[in-house]
Design a protein around this ligand. Structure first.
Ligand code: SB7
Ligand code: NI
Length: 184
């Protein structure tokens, strides 16, 4: 079971690396790691397990955050339309995206960043993702809203990018161009 002690923090070099593609079909070991990422997110959303193991709540977790530099991540969240998005993906790619952007009015956080870093993080409003699921089968997802934002945050971890890289240094709350606000 993944707990906070397994999660590497800002400053660790792995968080700035471009992660390696996963060899498909996935090995049992890679599947085990990906399942454990999803399980962490689910556990962190269960108040009892969260409390018992001192977890920080999250809606996604990428393999580099547990110091595994491979292209896989999990997302588990309920969006503004009460829809549950639960994904565990290998080798995800954005194949198309909207011109329009979106940002969370509450900003973003990261399990690998202990401080709160305020500011707007511009993301594409809509993304189409191609990836492979736990069985190694191809999947194509069309996402908007919080699910689109979460997937972009996780994909960035596979490319060594942190959410605060996008925050305007002069004015963290500068309205991003072409963007609509999203309340969580
Ligand atoms: C706010 C939080 C997240 C994504 C988008 C907006 C995920 C937080 C947990 N993570 O650190 C996952 O990488
Ligand atoms: Ni993160």
């Amino acid at each position: 079971m993944i707990t906070m002690k397994d999660i590497i923090r800002d400053g660790h070099p792995t968080l700035r690396k471009v992660a390696q593609e996963v060899v498909l079909p996935p090995s049992e070991e890679d599947k085990k790691v990906l399942k454990s990422l999803l399980q962490y997110i689910k556990n962190s959303q269960d108040p009892e397990i969260l409390e018992k193991h001192g977890l920080r709540p999250g809606i996604g977790l990428a393999a580099p955050q547990i110091n595994v530099s491979k292209r896989m991540f999990a997302v588990h969240l309920e969006d503004g339309s009460d829809r549950i998005h639960s994904y565990a993906l290998f080798n995800p790619k954005i194949v198309s995206h909207s011109v329009e952007k979106s940002y969370l009015t509450s900003g973003e956080g990261c399990l690998s960043v202990d401080e709160n870093i305020p500011g707007y993080v511009p993301r594409y409003s809509r993304v189409t993702i191609k990836a492979f699921d736990l069985d190694g089968q191809p999947v194509k997802l069309r996402l908007k809203g919080l699910a689109a934002i979460a997937v972009q945050h996780e994909l960035d971890h596979l490319n060594g990018i942190m959410f605060y890289d996008y925050i305007n240094q002069r004015d963290p709350y500068l309205e991003p161009a072409n963007a609509s606000p999203l309340d969580r």
